[in-house]
Design a binder for this molecule. Structure first.
Ligand code: SIN
Ligand code: FE2
Length: 207
């Protein structure tokens, strides 16, 4: 594991090539099944109603949603009303490996980025507790990922996240600002139609 410091915060880890191609393909197959059951939806900014360019789904007992009523976690898909599918075992295993002392993850947000999608700088702070890390897995085209500090205006650092890479925002870096500036088209053959999938595992409630 490579630990990186950002703005003096420890707890940011970058694990390049954590999943090899075989593991990425198996994971992708599992995600496809989840999305067939819990289709991608288009979230919107609560204040403005402006749609995100990223489409989303979830697995796990809770899923993150965004609409005019706010940002929140809920047990059901916003369009189908059905419970989210379960978190695949290999993602649960990843969590146990990275955060052996944390309670199990409750939500896995699935973000799909077409090649023109991006995600503005933000903090993941809709959870009830921040003791557990946020664990992220990248699949498909490479993304330019930006990480900053606890204050929005802190200096930022940019990483290229490739298919199979894992990033951990834990410890002091749990509430670091982060976002995706752009997707580098044609950098991976994993997704047949291009684009990128990012999975983020989170613990939402205090055990
Ligand atoms: C997120 O912050 O929800 C996703 C980060 C990423 O796509 O790498
Ligand atoms: Fe995030």
């Amino acid at each position: 594991m490579q630990n990186s410091h950002i703005n003096g915060l420890s707890g940011l880890a970058y694990l390049p090539d954590h999943f090899d191609r075989d593991a990425q393909e198996t994971l992708l197959e599992e995600i496809r099944k989840i999305v067939a059951e819990a289709p991608l939806f288009q979230p919107a900014m609560p204040k403005t109603g402006k749609p995100f360019s990223v489409r989303m789904s979830n697995c796990g007992p809770l899923g993150w949603v965004a609409d005019v009523n706010g940002y929140r976690y809920q047990p059901n898909h916003p369009e189908t009303g059905k419970p989210w599918p379960a978190i695949p075992a290999r993602l649960q295993a990843l969590w146990s490996e990275i955060a052996p002392d944390a309670p199990p993850p409750e939500a896995c947000l699935i973000n799909y980025y077409s090649t023109d999608a991006k995600l503005g700088l933000h903090q993941d702070r809709d959870e009830d507790m921040f003791d557990a890390p946020v664990v992220s897995v990248s699949l498909g085209d490479t993304a330019t990922f930006r990480v900053g500090g606890l204050n929005r205006k802190d200096p930022t650092k940019s990483f290229r996240l490739k298919s199979g890479d894992v990033v951990v925002l834990g410890g002091d870096a749990r509430l670091a600002h982060h976002g995706v500036d752009r997707i580098l088209k044609g950098t991976s053959t994993l997704l047949k139609s291009g684009g990128r999938i990012n999975l983020t595992l989170r613990r939402v409630t205090a055990p």
